[in-house]
Design a protein around this ligand. Structure first.
Ligand code: FAD
Length: 455
């Protein structure tokens, strides 16, 4: 077969480079890699996979792969267009774009997208998983502000869909990642934001218990314009790490305030008082500098990742955080608490299947992969998550990495949305061609829609 775009099979030069991932917990071994340049290339790749009874996996940046590709792997990075419409305050984004390609383009018009913490992350994978970002406490999930999607479904049709065109498919796509098709482009909303007051305050490990207790109560009254999170981790004792942090267990308070500097400092005063502060990087910044707030890794790593929504954190949950990542934790994990609430609690104007509509926090867990592999490490995460069962409000799909079982995926949806998604799978992907992901299986014909069993 002649392809109008780059394709690779095992042994070809460039085969492995084409699908290099950021997180090495997933090792792809696809039979065919299609470097799509157009929607028609994607449609052709899907048709090829169906004709040869192969699975389809889609990868943009490799920041969130959850399973290894074994059939056809479609890489999207060549779908790299960014078209900003400053009048409608929207941007059309190709499936291969990253937030770092988009933010400078929208900033030129005084506008910002609802990107997440890392500008390296792919726009489409992020939005399809919900999209939790620093403007989210004011505007909600990125998925709540999508006005159009172009998607290739398992019948290899290219469909332009939106709130009025195929609304049920549109609803199901936003929040189920790649389960219903390969998205080739999306149109997202933009917001009039040009700068913020933010950066980080770093506290020593021994202040973590007080900081967590203060943070848990302080967040109850934090305004929507203030986005914060705390990361508990240990910095390596190496060049490139700020001397004050080298080799230290720290709590990194991340801040982005979309209001005045003075107001921000007044709001942050109770947290500063927990001090001493080892390093203070708070200042007024252009929105194009938003990636510096979380300051996340860009070099490849091998880490098991998971995350879940919670209600308010009480004393039992704070003790759980300390057990996992506090100054006296044995074999500490990386734990991040992000303040949620605000606009995340408001229903979007067009419904989608993104969860966490009552959550007060997201909890992210990260730990190096054990010698026994990602599945064994994922079991450790399941045990850690159980410590929060009193307040657990479901899986954050975007924070769920590889090696986790079906229950973790099932817990990303309400019963109603899970039934809806299984019905959509039965309609649009009955052979489960799109199964190399956090998979939702199609509803069987004999299953009554109201009594779909747990997968
Ligand atoms: C450093 C870092 C920071 C992050 N910060 C945030 C954050 O602040 N907020 C947040 O919500 N998430 C965050 N994430 C999670 C991230 O949003 C998800 O991992 C997301 O899926 C990454 O998308 P990608 O395209 O970059 O990754 P990829 O690994 O290329 O894709 C991941 C998955 O997304 C789906 N997907 C990607 N492209 C398509 C497509 N065109 N059509 C259909 N499905 C597709 C597929 O299921 C694919 O397996 C972060 C991840 C990392 C590693």
């Amino acid at each position: 077969m002649r392809w109008p775009c780059p394709v690779f099979v095992p042994g070809d030069p460039g085969y492995a480079e084409e699908f290099a991932t950021l997180n090495h917990t997933v090792e792809h071994r696809p039979r065919l890699v299609v470097g799509a340049r157009t929607s028609s290339d994607v449609a052709r790749a899907v048709a090829y996979a169906c004709d040869h009874s192969l699975s389809v996996c889609v990868q943009s940046t490799g920041h969130g792969m959850s399973a290894p590709a074994d059939g056809v792997l479609i890489t999207t990075r060549r779908l790299d267009t960014v078209d900003v419409d400053p009048v409608r305050r929207t941007a059309r984004l190709g499936a291969g774009t990253r937030w770092k390609d988009v933010i400078p383009r929208t900033a030129a018009h005084g506008l910002a997208p609802l990107n997440g913490s890392s500008p390296e992350v792919g726009t489409v994978g992020y939005v399809l998983g919900g999209g939790v970002g620093m403007l989210g406490r004011q505007y909600g999930y990125a998925a709540d502000h999508v006005s159009a999607v172009e998607v290739v479904t398992a019948d290899a049709r290219v469909r332009g869909i939106g709130p009025e065109r195929e609304p049920e498919l549109f609803r199901g796509l936003l929040g189920s990642k790649g389960n219903l098709g390969v998205v080739t482009g999306i149109e997202v909303g933009l917001f009039a934001v040009t700068s913020f007051y933010g950066g980080g305050l770093y506290f020593p490990g021994e202040r973590v218990p007080d900081l967590l207790r203060t943070y848990a109560s302080w967040t109850r009254s934090a305004p929507e314009a203030l986005a914060t999170s705390i990361l508990l981790s240990t910095y390596p004792d190496t060049e490139g790490v700020a001397p004050a942090l080298r080799g230290r267990r720290t709590a990194h308070l991340r801040v982005a305030h979309f209001g005045s500097d003075t107001e921000a400092e007044q709001l942050l005063a109770p947290l500063r008082r927990v001090g001493p502060v080892l390093l203070d990087t708070l200042r007024r910044r252009a929105y194009t500098d938003i990636g510096s707030v979380h300051h996340e890794p860009v070099a490849p790593y091998s880490v098991c990742e998971s995350g879940f929504f919670t209600g308010p954190l009480g004393e039992a949950e704070l003790r759980a955080v300390l057990r996992l990542a506090g100054p006296d934790a044995r074999d500490p994990m990386m734990v991040e608490l992000r303040h949620h609430s605000g606009a995340y609690h408001r229903a979007p104007s067009t419904p989608n299947v993104v969860a966490g509509r009552n959550a007060h926090f997201t909890v992210f867990l990260g730990s190096p992969v054990d010698e026994e592999g990602p599945t064994a490490t994922a079991r450790r995460h399941t045990g850690a998550r159980r410590l929060f069962r009193g307040v657990d409000q479901g899986t954050v799909l975007n924070f769920l990495g590889a090696g986790h079982g079906r229950d973790a995926v099932r817990a990303a949806y309400s019963d109603e949305d899970h039934r809806r998604l299984r019905a959509l799978k039965a309609e649009f992907d009955p052979a489960n061609v799109f199964r190399v992901n956090h998979n939702i299986t199609p509803r069987e014909p004999e299953e009554h829609p109201d009594h779909a069993p747990h997968p």
